[in-house]
Design a protein around this ligand. Sequence first.
Ligand code: NAP
Ligand code: G4F
Length: 334
Amino acid sequence: MARRALITGITGQDGSYLAEHLLASGYEVWGLARGQANPRVSRMRKLLADVQVVRGDLLDQGSLISAVEKVQPDEVYNLGAISFVPMSWEQAELTAEVTGMGVLRMLEAIRVCSSRGASIRFYQASSSEMFGQVSETPQNERTSFHPRSPYGVAKAYGHFLTQNYRESYGMFAVSGILFNHESPRRGAEFVTRKVSLGVARIKLGLASELKLGNLEARRDWGFAGDYVRAMHLMLQADTPEDYVIGTGRTHSVRELVEAAFVAAGLDWEQYVVGDQSLHRPAEVDLLCADPKKARTQLGWEPTVAFEELVAMMVESDLRLLTDGGDPDQDSSWP
Ligand code: NAP
Ligand code: G4F
């Protein structure tokens, strides 16, 4: 019988790549979807026709228990979250409820169903944002946390709770501490996609400038399609352990911008305008992964280099806009 996976956050970037990867690996895939008439669910149903949908919300404990009881999954991937860092200052309480307490609710749903005999492996989408003001570079599984946003704090809560349920109840519960990962399916609010869309608009004569915040921040950017393979590998391991997932290379936002404009044959300095309102109350200045543990224990390697990723996103957005697509509606799926 096919193994069964339940994914929260199925309408998001990672949910789509993970669903494709699990379907290709022979899984029966279920996605937890919220809302009465969520347009992102209709879009997901069109593009991932083989994914079955179960209704539920990370804010609603009963709905998660019902979903787990209905699907009877072998594996649960908790990708659902308020994931945009600036929004976490504007809606700090909601971020704590969804991104933090949502983890507790999902773990409880699994614990209740496991007490009736089910054996369910759990993956939590932890984040390099937990490192925040970093104490060492590169960051590994033992690096201390100093989160710099309500989002980072909520993720740290979910991370420690996952560890605690593993230790308290013997659950196979793990966290992947994932560094920034991007793709043509990335939400338009995140800097990589904002830049690739901005470049495409300028190239096609649809815009004349691109407003950005802090160009000095450095991130370890990889390709989302590579990172979902790591999530799956973590749940196939013999023992439940946490892993850092990243490329081990760091680039500034300025380097990202330069690479994206170069990919379209443009000079960034003619178009990029600084906007103070896009700077954050507290910034994470530098992230760079040490993915040695994932490489040696899981055999995981990233396959897409930074320049390749940036070019892929710019080319995809040029195609999308040339074909008359609406990035907010269509994104660059599939
Ligand atoms: P994303 O595109 O923003 O997707 C977030 C998902 O969460 C959406 O499917 C959204 O569904 C869902 N969601 C929001 N509120 C919910 C609620 N109350 N109940 C159930 N689902 C809810 O995020 P992503 O980039 O795919 O990231 C996936 C996960 O990895 C997130 O937890 C993120 O924080 C974490 N992460 C991401 C990165 C990265 O670089 N991408 C790095 C580290 C960790 P709706 O359609 O209903 O809004
Ligand atoms: O693309 P970003 O919004 O991603 P951020 O804040 O690093 O968070 C992403 O990665 C985390 C993993 O480390 C995830 F957990 C999280 O869910 C999310 O996926 O911003 C990247 C950098 C920041 O330093 C920001 O200040 O880009 C800088 N930036 C400069 N101008 C901008 C802009 N960011 C955005 N979104 N928009 C700008 O105009």
